[in-house]
Design a protein around this ligand. Structure first.
Ligand SMILES: NC(=O)c1ccc[n+]([C@@H]2O[C@H](COP(=O)([O-])OP(=O)(O)OC[C@H]3O[C@@H](n4cnc5c(N)ncnc54)[C@H](OP(=O)(O)O)[C@@H]3O)[C@@H](O)[C@H]2O)c1
Length: 315
């Protein structure tokens, strides 16, 4: 994520409740230290681009965010001077912010908020990556996450199913979404209306409908994950039952019967039973190998989701 903003990959990173709230009264209405650490680790060394209100939401001692080039968008000259005095880099627009970021020594560019800036970035297709921490919280707020348009796809989920639990009990997951530039822009007018909406304005009926649709999609993704996990554990159980109990029992029974027949001079039926026993043994072996492969796949999937390619979440 470096170089010209027209070609460089630009990431967005935020944390939201499962209903889409990202902020309230200039702050985030939850406390999740794990997400803060995640945000810091992800954006360290990068150029971070933010709106003036997000800049002001950071405690004074974290302004500018250490170890990152802080680029702050404002149209207010007085605010720009203050930002500069504190060590931030004021710019007059998101475009200018991205240009400054791409010209800097930083290798990565993250748009870190807030609502107004995310909305512009999504609406204008400026970013290709979104790393979102989704927190199970019923907190309400005055600032919402942007609705990702149809050309965005969920590419990774950490954990693959269910949630992490923070030390304070808050449950969360981290999603990575990527924009598929190849897809036609089929964004509906109502979505654009949502993205353009002023943060202070009353929520429109369109926004409500969009958010419901997003929540529905979110829930059905969760359900699909749960169903897949359930199907996998059923498979594991059936393979274990067949491979380690039923088939060995059948093999033992058939072998015993075969030997009894052979010993009683009923050679042909006895040999037939011994042959059938081999089929049970082969079946048991197959079930064992299949089960082992399934377990390996699960292990690999867990490993992949524990090391997201682009971690992040705004803190
Ligand atoms: N949960 C998260 O991950 C997360 C991340 C970041 C922020 N937040 C929350 O989001 C809230 C802040 O978001 P917000 O939407 O209110 O504000 P914001 O996007 O942070 O900042 C908006 C301000 O940035 C400037 N700006 C933005 N776009 C501009 C443009 N194209 N041209 C000129 N100036 C532009 C303007 O500053 P001037 O008025 O000075 O011109 C505008 O008032 C806070 O509650 C914060 O805690 C949450």
């Amino acid at each position: 994520m470096s170089g010209n903003p027209d070609t460089a990959e630009i990431g967005m990173i935020w944390a939201q409740t499962h209903t889409g709230v990202i902020g309230d009264a200039g702050a985030m209405p939850w406390h999740l230290p794990e997400d803060m650490a995640h945000f810091t680790a992800t954006t360290r060394g990068a150029a971070v681009v933010m709106g003036r209100r997000t800049w002001e939401s950071f405690p004074a001692k974290y302004r500018p965010l250490p170890g990152r080039q802080n680029i702050v968008i404002t149209s207010d000259q007085h605010a720009a001077e203050q930002i500069r005095e504190l060590g931030g880099h004021p710019v007059a627009s998101l475009d200018e912010g991205l240009e400054v970021a791409s010209g800097s020594a930083a290798e990565k560019i993250w748009i870190i908020g807030g609502g107004q800036v995310y909305a512009e970035a999504v609406q204008r297709g400026l970013a290709d990556l979104a790393v979102i921490t989704v927190i199970k919280s019923s907190a309400s707020g005055d600032t919402s996450a942007p609705a990702l348009t149809e050309d965005w796809e969920l590419t990774q989920r950490d954990p693959a199913a269910g949630t992490h639990q923070g030390a304070n009990g808050l449950e969360y997951r981290i999603e990575t979404h990527r924009r598929n530039r190849g897809l036609t822009e089929t964004t509906s007018p109502s979505r654009h209306a949502v993205l353009n909406a002023d943060q202070g304005a009353a929520r429109s009926a369109d926004q409500g409908a969009d958010r419901k649709a997003d929540e529905g999609a979110d829930r059905s993704a969760d359900q699909r994950q749960d169903q897949a996990a359930q199907a996998t554990s059923t498979n594991l159980m059936m393979l274990g039952l067949g491979g380690y109990l039923i088939l060995p029992f059948l093999a033992l029974f058939t072998v015993t019967l075969g030997f009894v027949l052979v010993l009683n001079d009923r050679i042909l039926p006895g040999l037939a039973f011994l042959f059938v026993a081999q089929i049970w043994v082969a079946g048991g072996l197959w079930a064992h190998l299949k089960r082992r492969r399934l377990l390996q796949e699960i292990k690999e999937a867990r490993g992949a989701s524990a090391t997201p390619e682009a971690p992040g979440a705004a803190g």
